[in-house]
Each structure stands twice: as C-alpha cells, then as structure tokens.
Design a protein around this ligand. Structure first.
Ligand SMILES: *[C@@H]1O[C@H](CO)[C@@H](O)[C@H](O)[C@H]1NC(C)=O
Length: 205
C-alpha cells in the first residue's frame, strides 16, 4: 500500500533533520534486522483482486492520521494488477493514490513490487491470504540504524472476527514480527467510501 524505498530515503533525511519527538513517528523498531519471511507459496493474484479493507496497520509516514483505507486491485495484464488506495484524511476529505503491483518472480508469487507514479518502487509481501477473509501483508527496509517495518492486515469486510484476526496475526508472529505494533483502522459508519466498488461505469480508475 505504499512505497518502502521512498520511505527509506525519506527516513534517512528525517533522521538527520528531525528531533526526537518528531522522529517518534518513525518508531525505531526493537529488531536489529528485517526478519526472514516467506510469502504465500501458491499465491494467485486473480482471486486476490477486488476490494480489501484495511483492518489494522503499523503506523507509517504515508498514512499518518488517515482512516477508512481501502485497497482495490484489478488485473490489467498478465502478472500486473492496478492498485487504487482510498482513504479519508484527518480533515474528513477524501484521498486516493493509483499505481500498479507486479509479480516479479514465478518462484515467489506472493512477492509483488508496487509502483506509484513519481516514486521509486516498493515491496509488497503477501505472507498469507485465504482470499475471502484476510490478507497478511508485510514489508521491511533497513535505513541506517533503523529497521522500518510495514504491515497491513486486510479484510474483505469492514470488520473482522477475532477468530479470523487471530489467524491473520499468526502469519506475522510466525516470523517473529511484533504484532503489538498494529493499530486498528477506523472503518464503517463514520467512513465515506469513494468510489463505490465495483466501480460504477462513470468512474475512471
Ligand atoms: C482520486 O482523487 C482525485 C483528486 O482528489 C479525484 O479527482 C479522483 O476522482 C479520485 N479518483 C477516484 C477513483 O476516486
């Protein structure tokens, strides 16, 4: 849902210029290195496409103060899906970003590279998904002394049962990822979801 290499660059700059309190935004990880993770071995982006709601995330610089996040994926060519991320900003206005995600290797189908215009590419690692309830998505970068972890727990519905969430979280904990960093994303009645999905004929992607 974002671009980690860009953040790494941003962070390197931020470390130099930003004071302690502001730097807290970037939360220095307790870990010294990125964990060795494996992606879903038989990942198939076709059933993965469609609408996902962000249930929880590790806070990150791109999503500060935003809520009601959705990710909409649609196949645009073999091995490539379009990405539309929508959210509501702190002031209540709507925001979105469009890009694409590409499967880079048949040996690692759950490893996608996400591209947004004007930014360097970033990893998108599908640790696991059952396609119909949850997806456990992760990315990790090292920037100097900092380990930057990104994690998203996505659901097909605006809410997730504890049972499903426990399964989704276990996909992170099995690699030693500290899931206590997850923060619940506001979803539901207080949210405005735009555009509708499936897209009405008038909405361009
Ligand atoms: C994305 O945001 C732009 C700028 O606010 C808006 O013009 C556009 O309609 C939005 N796109 C979608 C698909 O919602």
């Amino acid at each position: 849902m974002l671009n980690t290499r860009f953040i790494t660059t941003l962070l390197a700059v931020a470390i130099i210029f930003v004071s302690g309190t502001h730097a807290a935004v970037f939360r220095r990880s307790s870990r010294a290195t990125c964990p060795q993770v494996t992606t879903k071995p038989d990942f198939n982006y076709i059933p993965y496409a469609g609408l996902w709601y962000e249930i929880e995330r590790f806070e990150n610089v791109f999503q500060q103060g935003t809520s009601c996040e959705r990710a909409i994926y649609e196949e645009i060519s073999v091995g490539v899906v379009s990405v539309l991320n929508t959210a509501v900003l702190a002031d209540g206005s709507l925001t979105n970003i469009t890009g694409s995600a590409t499967a880079i290797s048949p040996d690692e189908p759950g490893h996608l590279i996400v591209s947004f215009p004007g930014r360097p590419d970033g990893d998108y690692l599908v640790l696991d998904t059952d396609y119909t309830n949850y997806a456990s998505v992760y990315s990790c970068d090292v920037a100097g002394a900092f380990v930057l972890e990104y994690a998203w727990l996505l659901g097909r519905e605006q809410t997730m049962t504890q049972e499903v969430m426990d399964v989704a979280l276990s996909k992170f904990t099995q690699f030693g990822v500290d899931v206590s960093q997850f923060q619940l994303t506001t979803q539901g009645e207080t949210c405005v979801y735009y555009p509708e999905y499936p897209f009405p004929p008038s909405v361009s992607k």
